[in-house]
Design a binder for this molecule. Sequence first.
Ligand code: NI
Length: 400
Amino acid sequence: MSATTRDLKSDIDEIMPGVIADRRYFHQHPELGFQEFETAKLVQERLAAMGVEDIRTGIAVTGVTGLIKGAKPGGPDKVVLVRADMDALPIHEENKVDYVSTIDGKMHACGHDAHTSMLLGVGRLLLDRRDEFSGTVKLLFQPAEEGGGGARVMIEEGVLEDPPVDLVFGQHVAAEVPVGQVELRPGACMAAADRFEILVKGRGGHGAQPHLTVDPIAIGSQIVSALQTIVAREVDPTKQAVVTVGAFLAGDAPNVIPDTATLRGTLRSFDPEVRELIGRRVGEIAVGIASAMRAEVEYTYAPGYPATINDPEQTAMVREVAEEILGAENVREGELMMGAEDFSYFLEKKPGCFFFTGTRDEEKGISWGHHHPRFDVAEDGMAIGMEVMVSAVLRALNEE
Ligand code: NI
């Protein structure tokens, strides 16, 4: 263990009470996507107090960025972006902790409270290490990861420019991974998530006179069955995809055939070609079946977050750093995840790595999954997340 690493550990010990206090404050005051006004205000105050430069606010409504400029002479002059998401979820918390959410129906059930406070800690640790790097760290606090695509809006508003960003890093706490471990994966790691809607337009009538109708429920059922063949028969079996119909809305009386049926679903994939294929084939199959059965279909496809694709070189670098800190046995290649994450938009534009830091502690009863009303974060995992992130950023800035 080098002297620097030991110093970093003891500095983290020193700031941990503050990091935990901030995390608990955010946890008690959850705000939904694009409404993170109080969260952003505290972030801005903290950044200003610690001496972060060029603080910009109100990006994508509530997003905040700030710069830390290295003071090491010579060396590469890169700009490395580190991101935290700030939004909570519309979930009513069921935990019995003294830092429980104070707002009915809103909860930090994905750990973005931890991400925000950890990035404030990372900022402080990097400010104290300015003489260890050249170049610039851009801290980025993002709104609306949970469906709002805050990352995309911030990119549209220019956060990857001025100064232009070279590399991007982010992390997520992981309820499935024990404290003391890190998981990461080169290449695709989280899925693209797209939505669709199929409106089947038949002709309603009396349930006892089906021959006088065009029954959208019978047709919709055939469509649901046929959609299952896309993954089974059309997608390369060595690749992954999901086609799920999650809503089937039609009729309300047992003896009435309705005019229309609405099917809504989600599509998950990793490979851009598979993504295109399943999005197109859902519509073609729906239209084909409906026309064979005398109905019409309106097909709507709504692209969501792209797949999260880690740069292999940067992921290998983070892996090496994490192994030095935690030991090789505690750093694993994660499984592919069918969930989606809007850090993907940053990784579409710039190379980097998104990794998972364990915050599960079964002995403390912290084992509920993300988005569960009893989700919680084992806070000692936050210290490890900061240590890995600070070390990775320092290495990235010092590598030619
Ligand atoms: Ni999340």
